[in-house]
Design a protein around this ligand. Structure first.
Ligand SMILES: C[S@@+](CC[C@H](N)C(=O)[O-])C[C@H]1O[C@@H](n2cnc3c(N)ncnc32)[C@H](O)[C@@H]1O
Length: 382
C-alpha cells in the first residue's frame, strides 16, 4: 500500500476499491487528485480519524468526518457490516437497498462535519442576507450583534464591510456552527469578531451597548423569540437599529399543496390540522411587527421580496442537502413515524408528476427584511 502509518499505530480498517496501490502523497502522477481519490470506508469514526492522522493521502483530513458520515448509516436501516458487525454500510449491496429513502435519515447537527458543510449552504441564507446588507448602516466603529449567527455568513461579511474599528458579536448556541465560524475567522485573519456560544435570550452584554442588532433567518428558529427580542432591546443603544430577515407564510406553497393532496389520498386527513399548524408557524408581517413592538422596538421600514428555489423534480428536491437539514425533520413529523416512508414515497411521486407537467419544480419563498429602532434618540431615525 502506498500509505504511511506511524510506528506503533493500529492499522486502520481500510477498504480501497480494487485495492489499487496508491503512492505516498495519495495519487499517482498520471491522474489528477480527484480521479485517483481512493474509495475509503471505515467501520467507525475513530478508525477514520486514526487513518487520517497516520496517513499521507490525497483526501484531506478535513473530509474524513464527511467520508465517515456518507458511508455509514444506522444498522437498523442498512443491516450490519460483515466486517465489523456494526453500523458500517456493507459496500454496494445495502447502499442500493437503502439509497432510495436515505434522505429521511436524521441529520446530526451536532456532528462537526455538519458545521463544515453548512458553509456550503448560504445559497439559502444569501438572498435574505442581501436584503439585510442593503439596509445595514455602514459606519466605522459600529458595535453590531448578530443573533443566530450560525456559521457566520453575515458575521464575516459585516466584520469586513464595517471595518476593523467595528466590533461584531456573534451569538448562537449551535456549537458546530460556531466552531466553523471560528475557523473561518482564523483563516481570514478577522480579529474584530467576538463569539458567544449560547442562547441569545441569556446574553449578559451591558445594557445599551449595541448600535445595530442583525438577525438573518433567526426569528423563525428561536423557540423563545420573544425573550430573545427583549434581550436585544435591552442591549441596544437608544436610537440603535434592529434589522431582521425572515421567510413568511406562503413559503413553498407549491410543496405544501402537494403534501396536502398526498395526506388526503392516503386517508391521513386527520394530519391536515398538524400540517396547517406547521405551515402557519411561519412569520407574517403582522406577527413579526407585533413581536418587535411588544419587545419595545419601533417599526421603521419593511422590505419584502420573493425568490424561487428550482429543482428538476421532487426526487432532487427531497434529497437536497439543505432541504434535508432544515425542512425535512418538520415535514416528516406531520405524520406518525410508521407512516413516514409510505407518505414520502407517495409525495415524491406526486411532486415528480407536478414537475413533469410544469417542466420543473419551482418553489416560492416570500422574504421580508424588517427594520426597527429603539426609541430614545430621534436623530437615529434619519
Ligand atoms: C436558519 S439559521 C441562520 C444562520 C445564519 N444567520 C445565516 O443566515 O446563515 C438559524 C440560527 O439560529 C440559531 N438559534 C436558534 N435558537 C437560538 C437562540 N435562542 N439564540 C441564538 N441563536 C439561536 C440556530 O442555531 C441557527 O444557527
Amino acid at each position: 500500500m502506498g500509505v504511511s502509518t506511524a510506528p506503533g499505530a493500529r492499522a486502520p480498517v481500510l477498504r480501497v476499491a480494487e485495492r489499487r496501490a496508491l503512492p505516498v502523497g495519495g495519487h499517482d502522477r498520471h491522474q489528477s487528485p480527484a480521479q485517483s481519490r481512493p474509495n475509503l470506508s471505515f467501520c467507525n469514526e475513530a478508525e477514520s480519524a486514526e487513518f487520517f492522522k497516520t496517513t499521507t493521502c490525497c483526501v484531506s483530513p478535513r473530509y474524513a468526518p464527511m467520508l465517515f458520515s456518507v458511508r455509514c448509516a444506522p444498522a437498523s436501516v442498512c443491516g450490519a457490516c460483515p466486517t465489523c458487525g456494526g453500523s458500517c454500510v456493507p459496500d454496494s449491496v445495502s447502499e442500493k437497498v437503502c439509497h432510495a429513502m436515505k434522505y429521511l435519515e436524521h441529520v446530526d447537527t451536532s456532528h462537526p462535519a455538519c458545521g463544515d458543510l453548512y458553509d456550503e449552504l448560504p445559497l439559502w441564507s444569501a438572498p435574505f442576507g442581501l436584503l439585510l446588507l442593503e439596509r445595514m448602516p455602514m459606519r466605522p466603529g459600529l458595535t453590531v450583534l448578530d443573533v443566530g449567527a450560525g456559521t457566520g455568513f453575515l458575521t464575516v461579511e459585516l466584520a469586513q464591510r464595517c471595518g476593523a474599528q467595528a466590533t461584531v458579536i456573534a451569538v448562537d448556541p449551535w456549537a458546530a456552527g460556531m466552531r466553523r465560524l471560528r475557523r473561518k475567522l482564523e483563516y481570514l485573519g478577522i480579529e474584530n469578531v467576538r463569539l458567544i456560544e449560547q442562547d441569545a435570550a441569556e446574553l449578559d452584554l451591558p445594557e445599551a451597548s449595541i448600535d445595530v442588532v442583525v438577525s438573518n433567518l433567526g426569528i423563525n428558529n428561536f423557540a423563545n423569540a420573544d425573550a430573545v427580542l427583549r434581550t436585544c432591546y435591552r442591549v441596544t443603544k437608544p436610537g440603535g437599529r434592529l434589522l431582521l430577515t425572515t421567510n413568511l407564510v406562503g413559503h413553498m406553497q407549491e410543496f405544501y399543496d402537494v403534501y396536502r393532496a398526498t395526506l388526503i389520498e392516503l386517508e391521513l386527513a386527520d394530519r391536515l390540522a398538524t400540517l396547517d399548524a406547521h405551515i402557519n408557524h411561519r412569520a407574517t408581517l403582522a406577527s413579526v411587527t407585533t413581536q418587535l413592538t411588544c419587545a419595545g422596538f419601533a417599526l421603521l421600514a419593511v422590505a419584502t421580496d420573493s425568490c424561487r428555489m428550482r429543482f428538476a423534480n421532487g426526487s432532487s428536491f427531497l434529497r437536497h442537502a439543505f432541504v434535508r437539514l432544515a425542512f425535512l425533520p418538520a415535514w416528516t413529523s406531520v405524520v406518525p413515524p410508521e407512516a413516514v416512508a409510505s407518505t414520502f414515497a407517495r409525495l415524491e411521486r406526486k411532486l415528480n408528476v407536478v414537475a413533469a407537467e410544469r417542466g420543473e419544480l419551482a418553489l416560492t419563498i416570500p422574504m421580508a427584511c424588517v427594520e426597527a429602532y429603539k426609541p430614545g434618540a430621534p436623530e437615529a431615525r434619519s
